[in-house]
Design a protein around this ligand. Structure first.
Ligand code: NAP
Length: 340
């Protein structure tokens, strides 16, 4: 792993090439604050019930603590996350960089995901809905939410995004995908500024980080806390709550098994690196964020949250900053990953 280019500060990071949009090194992910929603079979897609007043207070607390980047999607809570975020940011819109996503269809009345839509003609409709719910006239970072869309379709969608940039409806765009080949297709667009992909201390993404370096893209890291596993509150006896996607995990969700029981092999790895992550007075979550900042100067982790306390703890990671290079090497050794 190459941590030599890591920035020894948690000052601003940039979406895209030099001169791009500045964001705080930490963003906040707004999936959980969308509350409960489901797929067509009734399986939970949210993180259980939420208290909207608490969510609003958490967003405002994050702002006060220096967080300027918020990531949501039209589908989170079938539009509810965007509404709550819009409410929280009322009067403070110009202080933040707002990211949302399109590509899935939903029924807001029943809070149900109804399918996906990769049609170029759908992008504008989806964007109009997001602008209304967010209470704004532009989206700063617009992201394709269909991680495995075909390359030729993606090229068309990228061109639609360029049109939306020209019209001032979005500022830059990205693809939320774990596939570097797909991300490279979007990167051909002059206003593609980032890729959103899974990355955390348990799940490195060297090929995607190399692409971000080569193409000058920000690496926006979803699931930076392994969906809560890297906060230390889930032990072998933990169970998921009703309405929480972690209690009925779909096949792609690797951290938790049936009933929301944390997968033992991942718990073992958390234990292996716990002492390093919690060094220097960090909490485990803060150490996990510090790993991402040390991993590359382009990373912007976007931990999810549902309370003011979580917002404070996660924003507190900014003060601790990145892990040191020797700590990064030691983590690779403990997790049996190749080292430089
Ligand atoms: N396809 C996509 O584009 C995609 C997919 C996944 C995620 N994302 C984005 O990435 C964001 C983050 O990823 P994620 O939501 O998968 O997971 P994550 O950030 O790895 O974990 C977030 C969850 O951990 C718990 N948590 C957070 N801070 C905590 C703290 N300090 N102490 C204790 N618990 C804490 C909260 O859940 P509990 O309190 O319920 O435990 C929170 O919802 C999402 O919100 C979303 O914006 C995008």
């Amino acid at each position: 792993m190459d941590a030599t280019d890591a920035v020894r500060t948690t000052g601003a990071r940039t979406l895209g090439r030099a001169g791009g949009i500045e964001v705080s090194a930490l963003g906040f992910g707004c999936w959980a604050i969308g509350g409960e929603w489901q797929d067509g079979e009734g399986n939970p897609l949210g993180w259980g019930a939420v208290d909207d007043d608490e969510s609003v207070a958490a967003v405002r607390r994050a702002l006060d603590l220096g967080v300027t980047f918020f990531d949501t999607a039209d589908t989170y809570g079938a539009g509810h996350s965007e509404r709550v975020l819009g409410r929280a940011l009322a009067g403070r819109r110009d202080e933040v960089v707002l990211a949302t996503k399109w590509g899935n269809r939903f029924d807001a009345a029943t809070r149900t995901l109804t399918g996906s839509d990769a049609d170029p003609g759908y992008v504008r409709r989806a964007l109009t809905g997001s602008l209304t719910r967010l209470g704004t006239d532009r989206v700063d970072l617009y992201q394709l939410h269909l991680s495995d869309a075909p390359l030729d379709v993606a090229a068309e969608l990228r061109d639609v995004c360029e049109e939306l940039v020209a019209e001032g409806l979005i500022r830059v765009y990205a693809w939320s995908t774990d596939d570097p080949e797909r991300a490279a297709v979007f990167a051909e667009g002059p206003h593609c500024a980032a890729v959103q992909h899974a990355c955390n201390v348990l799940e490195d993404a060297p090929a995607m980080l190399a692409l971000c370096e080569e193409r000058g893209l920000a690496s926006i890291n979803r699931s930076p806390l392994a969906m809560g596993l890297l906060t230390g509150k889930h032990g072998s006896g933990s169970r998921g709550a009703a309405g929480d996607i972690r209690a009925m995990p779909p096949s792609w969700l690797r951290w938790f098994g049936a009933g929301g029981v944390p997968e033992p092999q991942w718990l073992e790895r958390v234990d292996a690196v716990r002492d390093i992550l919690t060094s220097g007075g960090r909490t485990l979550a803060q150490g996990a964020l510090g790993w991402l900042w040390a991993r590359s100067a382009r990373t912007v982790p976007i931990p999810g949250f549902r309370t003011v306390a979580q917002a404070e703890e996660n924003a507190g990671a900014l003060e601790h900053g990145p892990l040191r290079p020797e700590q990064m090497d030691e983590i690779d050794r403990l997790l049996s990953r190749p080292q430089d």
